[in-house]
Design a protein around this ligand. Structure first.
Ligand code: SAM
Length: 218
């Protein structure tokens, strides 16, 4: 499927969410598909993703990010580092607007084109729980610390932790979305950090291995 067939894409999203045991409201589904439509429309201008087929985007981007959202339950201030086109941060914010109303999601990327797109997504979808920042994370002087810092397809765990550690609150944790369990990266974490859990993720219709890596001080 190449054209934007909204009913078909919605049906696949709803079916996939069911496979993740996630109950999404009509409003959440509409916003997720609106976000997908913006990604498809602006991809060539903003270089957001190498995935061009909207159907594959549902699985590889929306469902992949949705598979992780329950890990963020209870978080108040989340930072998505190297957010790119908004994955997982925008998907998390759409889910949290209803599921976790106190959660605020900040997205940071060093490339202005990407953050211009994210600012447009925030405005067009009315995502009051989102803030967007253009900076290198290792140089960013954030207005506050975060209780969860996440990333997807960003950097090796070692660099992720070294570059973002100054932004993590006492008692906070990193949640990295990774493919195959990154055993070597886990073994080379900087001193003062430890892996609390490596959790396999089952993403409906996605054949690839996916994992969440939880890292805390210790
Ligand atoms: C491969 S993309 C991943 C984007 C998105 N997380 C996803 O899963 O589709 C990595 C992103 O990290 C950003 N990035 C690289 N180094 C960075 C840094 N030091 N601080 C903030 N963002 C950075 C890049 O501009 C790019 O948008």
């Amino acid at each position: 499927m190449k054209a934007f067939d909204r009913p078909a894409l919605t049906a696949i999203l709803v079916e996939g969410a069911r496979g993740l045991s996630l109950t999404l409201s009509e409003a959440q589904i509409t916003k997720l598909i609106d976000y997908l439509a913006l990604m498809v429309k602006w991809n060539s201008v903003y270089n957001l993703t190498a995935v061009r087929d909207p159907l594959q985007m549902v699985t590889q981007h929306l469902l992949d990010s949705l598979a992780a959202v329950s890990a963020f339950a209870g978080a108040k201030n989340v930072l998505d580092v190297g957010a790119g086109g908004g994955l997982p941060g925008i998907v998390l914010a759409i889910w949290a607007a209803e599921a976790e109303p106190e959660m605020r999601v900040s997205l940071i990327d060093t490339v202005h084109k990407k953050t211009a797109f994210l600012t447009q997504v925030k405005a067009e979808l009315g995502l009051a729980n989102v803030s967007v920042h253009t900076a290198r994370v290792e140089q960013w002087n954030a207005p506050h610390k975060f209780d969860v810092i996440t990333s997807r397809a960003f950097a090796e765990l070692n660099d992720f932790v070294n570059w973002s550690g100054h932004l993590l609150d006492e008692g906070g944790e990193f949640i990295a979305l990774k493919g195959v369990a990154p055993d070597t990266e886990v073994a080379h974490l900087p001193a003062g950090w430890k892996v609390r859990e490596v959790r396999p993720l089952q993403v409906p219709t996605l054949q690839a291995e996916r994992h969440l890596i939880f890292i805390e001080r210790g």
